[in-house]
Design a protein. Structure first.
Length: 56
């Protein structure tokens, strides 16, 4: 995954406010790509995304 694409995915993940928005990202990116970027996020950013997923 190239750096530009990873940066774009990172910004998209961080802008998400709902589960639906996070789920929509899955359509455009693979699970592997999402996990690569997720593990590059700060702990607080990861926790925020996990909290959104838990709201289902």
């Amino acid at each position: 995954m190239d750096k530009e694409l990873m940066t774009e995915l990172k910004l998209t993940m961080l802008e998400a406010q709902t589960v639906a928005q996070l789920a929509a990202i899955i359509i455009d990116y693979t699970h592997e790509e999402m996990m690569l970027v997720f593990y590059e996020l700060e702990w607080e950013q990861q926790a925020r995304i996990k909290d959104i997923w838990k709201s289902v």
